[in-house]
Design a binder for this molecule. Structure first.
Ligand SMILES: Nc1nc2c(c(=O)[nH]1)N[C@H]1C(S)=C(S)[C@@H](COP(=O)(O)O)O[C@H]1N2
Ligand SMILES: [Mo]
Length: 361
């Protein structure tokens, strides 16, 4: 995506939500494959895209490690690489569908995508540095920096930084990745190297990765405490402000699109995608009557890695007028998407069944 603005003007698949820093929404689904092409993948940036010379780029690993190390791109590429499919979903995806649309980037359904990522398992990189036994969390920092937007913010520039608990970082699917769908990462998506944390909201998948620090206490940085957090009720305590972590079970309708006109008496294929943090999906259902009755959809792609699954259900609308379509996914552990947004999540974690208004003519 060399010129995203031009692209978005020529392609109905992309919509620039903010120019500076660049934030681009995608149409969200390729109906023929669970894989979203890089040029149709959403872009979420908090700061300007940093200019990085891949030849002199280094990844520094320090903090609570026995052997602080600095790796070049060649060092990483010399290690055994693996490819893993996974969904990246922004925690604010779907914000436009909340009542009284809150502040934040105005994402519709297109702040999510699914790609095949290639890189080295993070745990193999960590093994070279040797974690100290008291390390509990890793902080990942990008090369991008600036002053954040919210009222509550530090005086000076910060870099983008997020932490992930150690036990999660040791999972074999967590990657230090340099390729997306078999091509080198583009600058928008984090070149030369980004972190990929499958099953977590993509706030954790730090782009332009330059520094990993092992720490022995919880990280309380800006993107961990001010943004990308919500109110949680735990153990009968007062609500606690906690960072967003795992992706919630979700399905989205890609077709028909919002306010699409559909012919009465003709078949209309309702299709979309569904995903989870890793627990297998049980099914997807579609409702055309505001959730009173539900119809089982069929899957069109296999359960694979942390990829999303395509699904469809064929509708033959009869009644002329306004209708709304909803989809609802469930997983094999009995979870189902809720009917309402949880207000404690504010403008994040938008997992409720979203209504897509359409007109039958
Ligand atoms: N360094 C850095 N990493 C980052 C971000 C960022 O602004 N800077 N944004 C995060 C957020 S909130 C999201 S949703 C994803 C978006 O990834 P994409 O732009 O490749 O789609 O990157 C994450 N990693
Ligand atoms: Mo995000």
């Amino acid at each position: 995506m060399t010129n995203p603005t031009a692209l978005s003007e020529s392609s109905p698949k992309l919509k620039v939500r903010i120019h500076k820093p660049l934030n681009v929404e995608a149409s969200f689904l390729n109906p023929h494959s669970p894989i979203t092409a890089a040029e149709h993948f959403f872009v979420r940036n908090h700061f300007p895209i940093p200019e990085i010379d891949a030849a002199s780029w280094r990844l520094e690993i320090g903090g609570a490690v026995n052997n602080p190390i600095s790796l070049s791109l060649e060092d990483l590429k010399a290690m055994p690489a693996t490819t893993h499919q996974c969904v990246l979903e922004c925690a604010g995806n779907g914000r436009l569908f909340l009542p009284n649309v809150p502040e934040g980037v105005q994402w519709g359904l297109g702040a999510a995508g699914c790609a095949a990522w290639t890189g080295v398992p993070l745990r193999d990189v960590l093994a070279r540095a040797g974690l100290k036994p008291d390390a509990t969390e890793l902080v990942f920092e990008g090369a991008d920096h600036g002053i954040p937007e919210k009222q509550l913010k530090p005086k000076n520039e910060i870099s983008y930084a997020r932490s992930v608990p150690l036990e999660v970082t040791l999972k074999p699917e967590v990657l230090v990745a340099w390729q997306m769908n078999g091509e080198d990462l583009s600058p928008e998506h984090g070149s030369p190297v980004r972190l990929i944390v499958p099953g977590w909201y993509s706030v954790a998948s730090v782009k332009w990765l330059t520094k990993i620090t092992a720490i022995t206490r919880p990280f309380l940085g800006y993107f961990q405490t001010v943004e990308y957090t919500y109110w949680a009720h735990r153990g009968g305590l007062q609500p606690e402000r906690i960072p967003i972590t795992e992706i919630f079970l979700k399905s989205q309708i890609a077709h028909p699109v919002l306010h699409q006109q559909i012919r009465a008496g003709e078949a209309c294929r309702v299709y979309g995608a569904a995903w989870t943090a890793g627990v297998p999906l049980a099914g997807v259902e579609v409702s055309t009557d505001k959730g009173v009755t539900w119809h089982h959809a069929e899957f069109d792609s296999p359960a694979e890695d942390h990829a999303w699954r395509l699904w469809h259900w064929d509708w033959k609308p009869v009644d002329i007028g306004n209708h709304s379509l909803m989809s609802r996914a469930s997983d094999i552990e009995g979870r189902t998407q809720p009917a309402q947004h949880n207000e404690d999540y504010e403008s994040y974690l938008i997992d409720h069944t979203i209504s897509i208004p359409v007109e039958v003519v």
